[in-house]
Design a protein. Structure first.
Length: 486
């Protein structure tokens, strides 16, 4: 096996080293795309910097190789290019202080062709025959490596962490996420306490009621000054200009709940359009009477939409399609993600939603649990709210490749779907527990995402790396079945 591995975290680097150790002579050669000690540093891809890895930079070779022809001429080229641009935009000046310099659409196209040709050439020179990913590809570097591998017929293995403690999923085609056969034998049902809210560690601090308004914080002031020094240096040294920015920030901060703290992570002058637009909905009444569908917007940019949403990474498009299938008397209650920034939330996004007669945009503090319980059903691209809904006996409509889309109570969107098919869908809780049990029987023990270590009491990094590495080797050799497949 000649292996290319994409690993960008200490814990997955640890697993990768262990994989080479347990693989021994079965792994003939490896190529590592990752952090500063890797063969190629991926941070330079997203920022378009000449950061060097152990083997230099992927664009060091000045000649056109033509090796990416299969990718460029594939039927999926337009879709692949759109996904690449979406993923690279997360590092644009609007969203990142250390951003890339691309402004024009043609530059995105040119950069895609340059990277594709260079990386495909490297993979061909190294005779790579297998590529390993430690998550669903959703960044610039892993996206294009995945696309190249698929177009060249190179085997891919993807592992991604699950919400179940000490369990991860595997697949070879990322569009297969959530698809698994129902014929798993001797699988124990997974006990689910119906209606019990999930304790999601990544949503800590988010409140489900109207809280005290915020204001200016030290973090917000720091991000303001960093942004001004980089992009508007004259304003940075002008106290009157700084005060004007601070006043505008304070006006936004005092209306949004304190926990929302909109400028504590990043500041860009153009962000005011988003936040000031959002303020228009903070005083909207929360009316849960009558039939409605609950659609909580997902955080963007994120893997769950950028990679797994397909064309419905455009969440407004999903809401438009949802409106098409609903009766006139059924409202769509839309709630913004409490961690969302300005990315993919321009003024025209909200204008599109405002043009849909039965859409109401809710305040940021609207209680998601009450909305789910009172709704006819929940609609989402791939969000965890769909999993929460079926656990509570409520149908869920998903537009993307959600990991739970094969479970009882989940309806996958299609153009000829009807309202009645969703609202009349019975959910057998025992069948749900049995199906989740069969899914977990196809999952693997271990942690591949460092953020989920906290869910495992007494987590042992060395033991975990050894266990996961052995599973990876068995997966790549075909000795262990993948969790998801067509």
């Amino acid at each position: 096996m000649r292996l290319l591995c994409v690993s960008t975290a200490k814990n997955t680097d640890h697993i990768f080293r262990k994989l080479k150790e347990v693989g021994g002579p079965q792994i003939e050669a490896t190529l590592h795309f990752g952090r500063k000690d890797a063969d190629y540093r991926v941070s330079g891809f997203t920022r378009m910097k000449r950061t060097q890895g152990a083997r230099g930079h992927v664009l060091d070779e000045p000649r056109f190789s033509g090796t990416a022809k299969a990718l460029i001429e594939s039927p999926e080229f337009s879709e692949n290019l759109e996904m690449f641009v979406d993923h690279l935009q997360r590092r644009s000046a609007l969203n990142e202080l250390r951003s890339h310099p691309i402004l024009l659409m043609q530059d995105y196209f040119d950069y895609y062709h340059l990277l594709a040709d260079s990386i495909a050439g490297i993979m061909a020179d190294e005779r790579i025959d297998h590529v390993l990913f430690f998550n669903i590809p959703h960044m610039t570097y892993d996206t294009i490596i995945y696309q190249i591998a698929r177009s060249l017929g190179i085997r891919t293995t993807i592992v991604t962490q699950s919400l179940f403690p000490d369990r991860f999923f595997s697949l070879s085609d990322m569009t297969a996420l959530g698809l698994f056969p129902p014929d798993v034998k001797n699988a124990e049902p997974y006990k689910i306490e119906q209606g019990k809210p999930l304790d999601l560690f990544y949503m800590k601090g988010v409140q489900q009621e109207r809280g005290q308004g915020g204001g200016l914080t030290g973090a917000a002031f720091l991000h303001l000054m960093l942004s001004l020094l980089r992009r508007r240096p004259l304003d940075a040294v002008n106290p009157f200009a700084v005060v004007r920015w601070l006043r505008r920030m304070r006006e936004v901060g005092k209306v949004l709940p304190k926990w929302r703290d909109p400028f504590s992570h990043y500041f860009h002058p153009d962000h005011f359009d988003y936040y000031e637009n959002l303020l228009r909905y903070e005083e909207n009444p929360i009316d849960l009477e009558g039939p409605f569908v609950y659609f909580p917007l997902q955080l963007q940019p994120e893997m769950t939409t950028s990679s797994l949403g397909g064309k419905f990474r455009d969440q407004a498009l999903a809401i438009e399609r949802l409106a098409d299938l609903l009766p006139e008397n059924v409202r769509i209650l839309v709630k913004e993600n409490p961690k969302q920034g300005t990315y993919m939330r321009g003024t025209m996004f909200y204008h599109r939603l405002a043009r849909i007669p039965n859409v109401t945009i809710l305040p940021s503090y609207a209680n998601t649990h009450a909305l789910m319980q009172r709704s006819q059903f929940v609609a989402t691209i791939t969000g965890t709210v769909g999993w929460e809904a079926v656990r509570a006996g409520k149908p869920a409509l998903v537009f993307g490749a959600a990991w739970y889309r094969s479970l009882p109570g989940v309806v996958r969107y299609r153009d000829d779907l009807t309202y009645e098919e969703i609202v009349d869908l019975p959910i057998d809780h025992a069948a749900l527990e049995a199906t989740v049990g069969r899914l977990l029987a196809r999952a693997h023990e271990g942690v591949v995402d460092r953020h989920y270590m906290k869910l495992v009491p007494g987590f042992d990094a060395d033991a975990n790396a050894d266990r996961v590495a052995k599973t990876l080797l068995a997966l790549m050799q075909g000795d262990v079945q993948e969790t998801f497949s067509f």
